[in-house]
Design a protein. Structure first.
Length: 287
């Protein structure tokens, strides 16, 4: 079993540098929202959310991705004040307790600034700085690590885009422009990770095409994060839509394995313990 060769990178964060490429890193998802597609409402209480974060760390997460607004299909934007109300008590509760870096999943510069000031180290922006022109300046100010995710349309039309003619080429070219814009804003390339945005503005077959061809993103010379966990395209690919007994775990595992073999440096997942075992064994087998 072989995989696409992974370039080695050092991801520069405000308080640490993370080596990427020798082993697959796991980013654990923690949504403090009432409406996220798979775990909405489970961790609304800051105490429960902080406890869950520490559980994810103990299960083998290399970093935590904390989100205060759902971006699932059908979701609606919330006010910035509400996003802060959900996020900041959890960030504050984890200060001095969690050892792994915290990533904040937001497209708002005001939210990013508050979280970074409280100790978060990464901004994971589903719009790759498209939605808020002030985001790049905040990331630069705090020397934050950034994840630039490919998506299409604005916040309200993320999931209602027309079909893509060539999904792989479009994702590559648009991510290239995002990276160039971030660098021009003063963000070092060593701070940038890219995400092809599986499921965002892409039909199931388009997401599958991008997942099969992650190597096409290697010319961008950035480490690669892939998030497929529990996403609806897996049901469509497996042709099990409407199956009430469906569990997303095995379909997620298959897509995570595929992403690693295609060169992903980081996988973003809900089921940290299971995916930690999967990628560790796969790293050994693939060599």
């Amino acid at each position: 079993m072989t995989r696409i060769s992974r370039q080695l990178y050092n991801w520069t964060l405000p308080h640490t540098t993370i080596e990427l490429g020798r082993r697959t890193l796991v980013m654990g998802i923690l949504n403090v929202t009432p409406d996220s597609f798979s775990d909405g409402g489970q961790f609304n209480d800051p105490g429960k959310a902080a406890a869950r974060a520490l559980e994810l760390e103990a299960a083998g997460a290399d970093m935590l991705d904390l989100g205060g607004e759902s971006s699932r299909p059908g979701s609606v934007p919330i006010p910035e004040s509400e996003e802060l109300r959900r996020l900041m008590p959890v960030v504050d509760a984890l200060r001095g307790k969690i050892r792994i870096p915290i990533s904040v999943d937001t497209y708002r510069s005001g939210v990013a600034e508050r979280a970074l000031d409280a100790g978060a180290q990464v901004v994971n922006d589903i719009s790759a700085f498209r939605f808020d022109p002030g985001m790049a300046a905040i990331a630069h100010k705090y020397r934050a690590g950034v994840v630039l995710m490919h998506s299409r349309g604005d916040r309200e039309t993320l999931h209602t885009q027309l079909p893509m003619t060539d999904a792989v080429a479009q994702v590559r070219d648009e991510l290239r422009r995002s990276v160039e814009g971030a660098v021009q804003a003063g963000i070092p390339k060593s701070s940038i990770v890219i995400d092809p945005g599986i499921g965002f503005g892409k039909r199931a077959e388009e997401s599958l095409s991008v997942l099969r061809n992650l190597g096409a993103l290697s010319p961008l010379e950035c480490a690669l994060l892939v998030g497929t966990s529990r996403k609806s395209f897996i049901r469509k690919v497996a042709k099990i839509e409407g199956d009430a007994a469906y569990s997303p775990l095995m379909g997620t595992a298959a897509t995570v394995a595929g992403a690693v073999l295609q060169g992903a440096h980081i996988v973003r997942v809900h089921d940290v313990r299971e995916m930690r075992t999967l990628v560790d064994v796969l790293d050994v087998i693939a060599g």
